[in-house]
Design a protein. Sequence first.
Length: 311
Amino acid sequence: MENKIIEVTNLSKRFKSLWAVNSLNLNVFKGDIFGFLGPNGAGKSTTIRMLLSLIYPTTGSVKIFEMDLFKNRIKILKRIGAIVEKPDMYGYLSARKNLEILAKLSRYDITNQRIMEILDIVGLKDRANSKVKTFSSGMKQRLGIAQALIHDPELIILDEPTTGLDPHGMKEIRDLILSLKNDFGKTIFLSSHLLFEVEAIATRMIIINKGKTVVEGSVEELLRPKELEVLFNVNDIERAIDIAKNMSLEVINKTNEQNFDKKNQVRIKIQRELIPVLNKKYVENDIEVFSITPSRSLEDYFLSLTDGGAK
């Protein structure tokens, strides 16, 4: 794959006797929304700080834009925008004034027109002159992303951008991230503990645990395998099982799983393209299908790879 934006090779960071990151490898390509996942203590924050050269690795290398990060630090950072943890801003000043001050402190020659364009991108143009202390948490987070966009970076690194937001605010941030990729051609490195968020918007992802890579690849390949376990909720389980077996499908009844009711649920191992075929068979045989639930979600996958998220 061409246009590699981030290339991390055998990256490690040790704090005294603790290896916070241990021989980590990952690759981010141009146009990715790259999901960076792992349980608490997995090494995500330490990795992000190394990607931004805030701390130096013990061993390993980081290339960004095909350049060694620690030999070309200033040149690379000029092409990156980032939010690490909660963005800081002056609450008694307006959104526009906050961006003006940041631009001056960063020595960027930014016009007022450009500031208004950025506020428009993050959906705050109409509140450009409102004091930040009047903003909701979601609005403050979008203003934080505006700060990261002020110099028109190619790569944007976001560390838990939806933490503490209500569902509406979370959706606004997700939509903004998608817009940055689709409408403005940005590459996004997204660290998040919200698994459904990464599943909904990421194109590629990595799961790390105890500082090491567990798995890396496209969301499509990792979460949407050809064969699934699917839970059918029906009104006649015996006939439903017979029909599935007549189609040479494997029936799996896990009576010990949470919320399993053997009276109306059957779990079937089935290829994706056969799900509508089986459903049609049920309807044709007067079996009512109340729900069809694939079991393969990012949460299932994540927990299976990280020992239930245990630290």
